[in-house]
Design a protein around this ligand. Structure first.
Ligand code: F0G
Length: 385
């Protein structure tokens, strides 16, 4: 069956919402789990203990294709002719690619002004998506696309869409398959809109219930310091899922304060520059199911980790490196032990956001200043070049 060539749909018995004939696939999910001692040493782990999951190997260059093939399939099943998303770049690149290759739908994309890397924007543009830059940031674009898609009857493919998360469960199925169904101690993932972490939690809960695993790995979700809503809520306001409940009023009060202070997300890792994650509640549940922890990492920590992933592995974009930087912090704090088996998810390809990478390595002062220096990030030291 050709569907077995998809790293997503060969697990379709675990998300059986479409018949084989209805599925739209572009061969997504052909990714790799690789053991990397060089990066493991940087994190502080014993030899053989760190694995990197390269989701940048997907057809549009990010993990988003895992979920997009599922949401796109559902959109097609219900007869949608237009699909929309707000995006920091990767969701839009993925949607635009499925539209362009299949010709089944038109893509409508909302992006914040000046908030998207050229690598990602060029994908949306070349794939022929209607690409609208709105005044504001991702959070504003997200609010806008929700209204517009409702008013105009356009199918919404952001990760509020539950079918996206079904497809993204397959990332964990592949990781476990590669580890011969022996769960690692930790899964570490960057947190933006919190779709991945939510999907992973669901995947583990289901696998445990089915008896396919006997233990759930711990989940670590890593925010960028400039976009740390989850970290603030989870660790500082003690917003925890407690016997099926969480204090919604605390979350509402936090958002109100954020609005009063006109606080906007700001990080070099533009993919996760998000202050109002749409899957917050689902992620809190996943953290509860997976004995989770949340941490934040600075732009400097992200860039340093990223260059290690590049020099000791296949590389990734800045947001992805938050997972490696976060694992390092959890290791330093003694929460991850040197002998723990850790899987860091690398969500996007190195080529997605070359500007930050070049600025980090260049000796040209102007280039460095315009991208990194202005944010107080230092360039690569000899040690991490
Ligand atoms: N890493 C990359 C490379 C991303 O593009 C994103 C999200 C994340 C991590 C965060 O994942 O939302 O599941 O917590 N990018 C979205 C987009 C928001 O529009 O492309 P999450």
């Amino acid at each position: 069956n050709p569907l077995n060539f998809s790293g997503v749909w060969r697990f379709r018995s675990l998300f059986p919402f479409a018949t084989d004939e209805q599925i739209v696939t572009l061969g997504e999910g052909q990714t790799l789990l690789q053991q990397t001692d060089d990066v493991g040493k940087f994190v502080g782990l014993d030899a053989g203990k760190l694995h990197l999951q390269y989701e940048g190997m997907n057809p549009s260059g990010s993990f988003k294709d895992n979920g997009m093939t599922a949401a796109f399939t559902h959109a097609h099943m219900v007869g949608a002719k237009r699909a929309a998303c707000a995006s920091t770049g990767n969701t839009s690149a993925s949607l635009a690619m499925y539209c362009s290759v299949t010709r089944l739908m038109k893509a409508v994309i909302f992006i914040g002004s000046g908030k998207i890397s050229y690598g990602k924007l060029s994908q949306a543009l070349d794939y022929g998506a209607l690409t609208l830059q709105i005044a504001g940031d991702f959070d504003d674009a997200m609010a806008r696309v929700k209204e517009v898609s409702k008013d105009m009857g356009i199918y919404l493919v952001n990760s509020v869409n539950p079918f996206r998360l079904e497809g993204q469960k397959s990332v964990m199925f592949r990781v476990l398959e590669a580890l011969q169904w022996e769960p690692p101690d930790w899964i570490v993932v960057p947190g933006g809109n919190l779709g991945n972490s939510s999907a992973f939690g669901k995947a583990f809960a289901e696998l445990k219930e089915l008896g396919l695993i006997n233990r759930i790995p711990r989940l670590a979700v890593i925010n960028a310091s400039g976009a740390d809503t989850l970290d603030q809520l989870y660790n500082n306001q003690d917003v925890r899922w407690n016997e099926g409940k969480y204090p919604r009023h605390k979350i509402a009060a936090y958002y109100e304060k954020m609005d009063d202070e006109n606080r906007k997300a700001s990080t070099l890792a533009s993919a996760i520059e998000i202050n109002r994650p749409v899957n917050l509640h689902k992620c809190l549940r996943a953290l509860s199911d997976c004995d989770g922890v949340v941490r934040q990492v600075s732009d400097q920590e992200i860039m340093d980790a990223k260059s290690r992933v590049g020099s000791g592995g296949m590389g990734c974009e800045p947001a992805s490196a938050a997972s490696v930087a976060g694992a390092k912090i959890l290791r330093e704090q003694g929460i991850i032990a040197p002998s723990d088996r850790v899987v860091c998810i690398l969500t996007g390809h190195l080529l997605k956001d070359p500007t930050a990478t070049v600025a980090y390595h260049t000796t040209d002062q102007d280039t460095f200043n315009s991208v990194l220096g202005s944010r107080g990030v230092k360039r690569a030291t000899f040690a991490n070049r």
